[in-house]
Design a protein around this ligand. Structure first.
Ligand code: AP5
Length: 215
């Protein structure tokens, strides 16, 4: 199964992907996580992406398309869930072309719909582990010890793009460049919009019931 997960920054894409990949045995391909790993390793790609990411801008399409098509090419036959890619109509067209060349297609597009005030609270309250990338929230998903990763004891940090100021730019970019993808994919009538305002377990059940009906 090949799935695209759409949704605004902070909608809960990464959180839900973890549940999806466990249940359906898929590979999680998060463009944001892949870019952050490049930054940690200090690659040319990571250096190029840094200023775009920290200011809430989008990394140029050609860079992202090449990076993600490469990752998809190495994915196992069981399939994958794409998180954060595609993010523009140009990226979606690039993905379609690469899949079409292999006689493949996206099986389902899930669109996580969340109110903007909820998004801002989720993003500004998020804390991550700099070592293992585990994601927490200061109110919703608290670690056992405040500020410390449950898995490896590292001190949790805030992503540089998770400030209230940068969130405004990220949401603007999402509304202008990513939201049109719902219409783009609706032409193939495979978009399922999920009300993702509820808690993570409730959202997970909505997603599972939709994916189970497609399996
Ligand atoms: P990326 O990392 O993809 O960021 P994003 O899309 O903005 O998504 P987030 O990671 O912020 O949120 P999420 O939806 O995964 O939410 P999460 O589950 O963590 O991209 C970062 C940057 O990289 C971009 O700005 C851009 O510069 C660049 N980039 C990446 N891909 C690109 C592309 N294709 N093209 C160009 N540039 C690209 O949840 C958020 C918080 O809420 C967490 O604390 C979580 O614990 C909590 N939470 C989650 N669900 C719930 C719930 N149901 N109830 C309560 N709390 C919840």
């Amino acid at each position: 199964m090949r799935i695209v997960l759409l949704g605004a920054p902070g909608a809960g894409k990464g959180t839900q992907c973890k549940y999806i990949v466990d249940r359906y045995h898929l590979l999680h391909l998060s463009s944001g996580d892949i870019l952050r790993r490049h930054r940690v390793r200090g690659t040319e790609l990571g250096k190029k992406a840094q200023s775009y990411m920290d200011s809430g801008g989008l990394v140029p399409d050609n860079v992202i398309i090449e990076m993600m098509i490469g990752e998809i090419g190495r994915a196992p036959a069981g399939g994958y869930v794409l998180d954060g890619f595609p993010r523009t109509v140009k990226q979606a067209a690039g993905l379609d072309k690469a899949l079409g060349d292999k006689d493949e297609k996206i099986d389902a597009v899930l669109n996580l719909s969340v109110d903007e005030d909820v998004i801002v609270r989720r993003i500004t309250g998020r804390r991550i582990c700099p070592k293992c990338a585990a994601v927490y929230h200061i109110e919703n998903v608290r670690p056992r010890v405040d500020g410390v990763c449950d898995k490896d004891g590292s001190k949790l940090v805030q992503r540089p793009d998770d400030t209230a100021e940068v969130v405004i730019t990220r949401l603007k970019n999402y509304n202008e460049q990513t939201a049109p993808l719902v219409d783009y994919y609706n032409r193939g009538d495979s978009v399922y919009t999920i009300d993702a305002n509820g808690d993570a377990e409730d959202v997970k059940e909505l997603i599972f019931s939709k994916l189970d009906s497609l399996a």
